[in-house]
Design a protein around this ligand. Sequence first.
Ligand code: BDP
Length: 674
Amino acid sequence: TDEYKCWLRYERKKDLANIEALKKIVVLEKTEIIKSAVEELKRGILSITGIEPEVIADREGNNSAIVLATVDSSNMTTLNRSLNNDGYMLQSFTKPKERIYLTGKTDKGVLYAAFHFLRILQTNRDYQQLDIIENPKTQLRMINHWDNMDGSIERGYAGHSIFFENNQFILDYGRIKDYARLMASIGINGISINNVNVHKAETNLITKELLPDVAKVANIFRQYGIRLFLSINYASTIEIGGLSTADPLDPQVREWWTKKTAEIYQYIEDFGGFVVKADSEHRPGPFTYNRNHADGANMLGEALLPFDGIVIWRCFVYDCLQDWRDRTTDRAKAAYDHFKPLDGQFLENVILQIKNGPMDFQVREPVSPLFGAMPETNQVLEFQITQEYTGQQKHLCYLIPQWKKVLDFDTYAKGEGSTVKKVVDGTLFHYKYSGISAVTNIGNESSWTGHILAQANLYGYGRLIWNPDLPEATITDEWVTQTFGKHPKILNTVKEMLADSWSIYEKYTAPLGVGWMVNPNHHYGPNVDGYEYSPWGTYHFADWKGIGVNRTKKDGTGYTEQYFPENFDMYESVETCPDELVLFFHHVPYTHVLKSGTTVIQHIYNTHFEGVEDVENLLESWISLNGFVDEKRYNDILQRLTIQLEHSKEWRDIINTYFYRKSGINDELNRVIY
Ligand code: BDP
């Protein structure tokens, strides 16, 4: 079905029916990955043009053809220098024969070039005058699954796991292969398949009972240039190793990991490494043994080093039992406080994975001050594609604009221009390893993502991390055209819907960067004080006088001090703090006038009324596409937007009422607030 194929629908294009070069494929070198490239080209070309390409051997160039080669096999030594490891070139010539060269630095580049070429055919761009060199700017382009072996997915909104069920592997090769195709088509090169919260069943993934199955999944991924990673249980030595400790400095513990790691590589020669959540939200970690996180991570790093494996150590470490009365223990400060002092102490194959913001994937947060603060330590950025706090794939929320803002943020770590994208592409500090990671939004539903328009987040994620400079509009255009075809009405309508959706969602939910105000645990829908009196460190401090968290150095939690001076100054003063984050950084009276000229309370009322009207418009826009989109996808999306409208009203009413009652201040426009 269309929804299953996502952006690899390869819709028929009549004008491409008779192109000589598409009839033959010349392969100069055979590897598993190049085989996948050929298979994809055959599938795509057949579907788009009706031509069934034939694979031929023709080194001399006697035929019009597509030519697949690596730099080595094609003797293009000058090209070698302009390509990085996953880079490639697309070139076409019309004389004497029509030849289209897809040349990769390695076979992975060839595969990426094949997908790029198919994208060109689908989006109607000129295939005859190709002269493109592409190098991914990001080295590790990762996807994290939060899949549990019982089949459930932590924060999953699109069904169950495609890997596991009933504590076993499903091994649905067809589905996993299609998944690998989708991921390779957007340049993903690493996937961790299980939840960062590793419970009993998943702890066993590194035992001889389950490793053969892990290896089967890894084999599929490998054909698409993707390395498999596992999230591991920090206390594995106790859980499955028969030891009484997980102390990272204990020789027996170290030896256990060394042996275990070697064993894993016997099953999976290109195993990527471990993803680790330690000392966080009740997970075990080195703190139990009075060791720090460098001790913990390095123990695993040492075991992986001989195999070129890496440790992806998460910085989502905070005290989830903190007392709300103590205002100096600010959860936002935790990652920086724990990790910054350890800069330079991590092994070369350890990478710290840092969430984009200091809290937890709220609709609006400042950028984590840890980016740029550790010149001697590899860093990876973590985004959340799955819409835990952004409407759980019932609401439309296109996250590319949010992610672009993060990537473009200037940390000032080495003066102006020290953007987050330069930190995580490794160029600012010359990291050995760096990259971007994200928690995926897929499950086993036929659409993969539940909300079909949420496929755009997955697609956009891959495209954006390949090249963080790609404009949002380019990414959206590509996605809409490949997903729905090239009708200008569809393109313009869907593009506009996506472009506005993040700010619409922000309008009717928690205001001005304060975050939370959601139902505890499942995190869907409004709950004004849901997290206010619990120990999670997630407060808004609303009372009858005002709202917001004072995180200033002057008289607040001191969080602002974690930024470099330029950003410290901007956030420290309520005058210069951007409106959208004012309640994240400051506690202000409801009558505080924003830079926009409106008071905080009036802003809350206005945006909540507007937000719902905007959703009404989203729904109308979609209805205007009736007849332009196949019925199944049309109805599915219609249904979600209808739910979104209902739920946005609930948000509006609860938030407005709450603040009206707290503040006692009337809406200037006298709209109905209960
Ligand atoms: C939070 C989720 C929780 C995750 C945690 C994490 O609510 O389910 O386990 O992040 O990232 O967003 O570890």
